[in-house]
Design a protein around this ligand. Structure first.
Ligand SMILES: [Zn+2]
Length: 85
């Protein structure tokens, strides 16, 4: 169950105020990373779920996570954050 865990990151924590960005494996870690950065910098940090698994989807709804409007293939591991800047 843990063999490929390192490449199975599915939650991205991203700061709105700086370049801070971190991919983690679950919402628990995301919450810690988010909290960490907000506490340290006072920035506003957001998160997004890249690959929705059964349990994660429910937890995400709990946390009020917004979906990507153009996310047509939520299963793909290749989905990366799109930034036109
Ligand atoms: Zn920041």
């Amino acid at each position: 169950m843990t063999a490929n865990a390192a490449s199975d990151e599915n939650v991205v924590v991203e700061c709105r105020d700086c370049a801070f960005r971190e991919a983690v494996r679950n919402l628990g870690r995301a919450r810690v990373a988010l909290d960490d950065h907000e506490t340290a910098t006072g920035h506003e940090v957001d998160w997004e779920i890249r690959r929705v698994a059964a349990g994660v989807e429910r937890a995400g709804a709990d946390a009020g996570v917004c979906g990507l409007p153009n996310r047509s293939t939520p299963e793909t591991p290749l989905l990366d954050y799109e930034d036109d800047a």
